[in-house]
Design a protein around this ligand. Structure first.
Ligand code: SF4
Length: 249
C-alpha cells in the first residue's frame, strides 16, 4: 500500500438509508470535501475536513484518527468494524464527494475487497474521469442525477451522461432527489438530455426530507414524476431517506 492519505469525516456501521439497497447493513466511510452546493444537502458538515476522523466502534466506543488518514489506518478501521459483525458485508464510500479522492479510493477499494467486502460508491454523479479511475474496483455505483431546478450551480447534463456511460459497468442505479421546485417539463428535459446513457439504469426518486425552506413535491406530482421516470429509465422506485425516519446516522 502506498503512503496516500485522504481527509475523512467518520467511519461507522449503520443501515443504508437510501436507494435500491435501502436497509442493508454497511460500514460507511465518509470522505471530506464537496465541489457542489445542493440546497437540500444533509451532510454540510462533511464539506470541510475535521482535524480528526471519528470512528464509531461497536458498543458505543469512539476513537479519533488524525487527518488526513493513511490507507493502512483506514483499512484497519473498516476491518475493525466489519470483523466485529458478520452481517456487515459491504462498505459504502460516501461524502461529501468521495470521487474527489479517486486516487486514494483506487488503492483503498481493492484492499477492502480482498477481505471479502463489497464496494458501494455513493457519488453526486458528475465526475466521469474520476469514476473511470475506480470503476474496476467498485461493485455498485449509487449515482445522483442533480436536477437543475434543485441546484444553485447546475452541472451540465452532458457530463452526467458521460458519468452514466461508465457507471453502467457496475450494478449501478440512479437517485434523483425531488423537491417542490421540480416541474414535469424540467424533469423531462433532464431525462431527454441523458438519453441512452440511462436507459438500462434503474432509478430511485427520493422525495426530499423537509429542511429549511426546501419541501418535497405534492403526492400527485410525485406520481407524475415517477410515471415520467419509468419512460426513460430501466425501472423506477420511490423511496424517502429512511435513516432519517429511523433516527440513525
Ligand atoms: S453533492 Fe452531496 S455532499 Fe455535496 S452538496 Fe450536494 S448533497 Fe451535499
Amino acid at each position: 500500500m502506498s503512503g496516500a492519505r485522504a481527509p475523512l469525516v467518520e467511519v461507522f456501521a449503520s443501515c443504508q438509508g437510501e436507494g435500491m439497497q435501502v436497509g442493508a447493513p454497511q460500514v460507511f466511510v465518509r470522505f471530506a470535501g464537496c465541489d457542489l452546493q445542493c440546497g437540500y444537502c444533509d451532510t454540510a458538515y462533511a464539506r470541510a475536513a475535521p482535524e480528526q476522523c471519528a470512528v464509531f466502534l461497536p458498543g458505543g466506543d469512539e476513537k479519533r484518527l488524525p487527518n488526513p488518514v493513511s490507507l493502512q489506518t483506514a483499512v484497519n478501521a473498516i476491518c475493525e468494524l466489519a470483523d466485529a459483525d458478520p452481517m456487515l458485508k459491504s462498505v459504502a464510500l460516501t461524502g461529501g464527494e468521495p470521487l474527489l479522492h479517486a486516487d486514494y479510493i483506487a488503492e483503498l477499494a481493492p484492499e477492502i475487497a480482498r477481505r471479502g467486502l463489497r464496494i458501494y460508491l455513493e457519488t453526486a454523479g458528475h465526475l466521469p474521469a474520476q469514476l473511470e479511475m475506480v470503476i474496476s474496483a467498485v461493485d455498485t455505483v449509487s449515482g445522483d442525477i442533480k436536477l437543475h431546478e434543485t441546484m444553485e450551480t447546475p452541472v451540465a447534463y452532458e457530463l452526467m451522461a458521460e458519468f452514466w456511460r461508465v457507471a453502467v459497468r457496475t450494478d449501478a442505479f440512479a437517485k434523483v432527489v425531488v423537491t417542490d421546485r421540480v416541474s414535469l417539463d424540467g424533469f423531462r428535459r433532464a431525462c431527454a438530455a441523458l438519453g441512452a446513457s440511462i436507459r438500462m439504469v434503474p432509478v430511485v426518486l427520493q422525495p426530499v426530507t423537509p429542511t429549511g425552506q426546501v419541501r418535497p413535491p405534492a403526492p400527485e406530482m410525485l406520481w407524475l414524476l415517477a410515471r415520467e421516470a419509468d419512460r426513460w429509465f430501466g425501472g423506477v422506485r420511490v423511496v424517502p431517506q429512511c435513516h432519517r425516519l429511523m433516527g440513525v446516522r
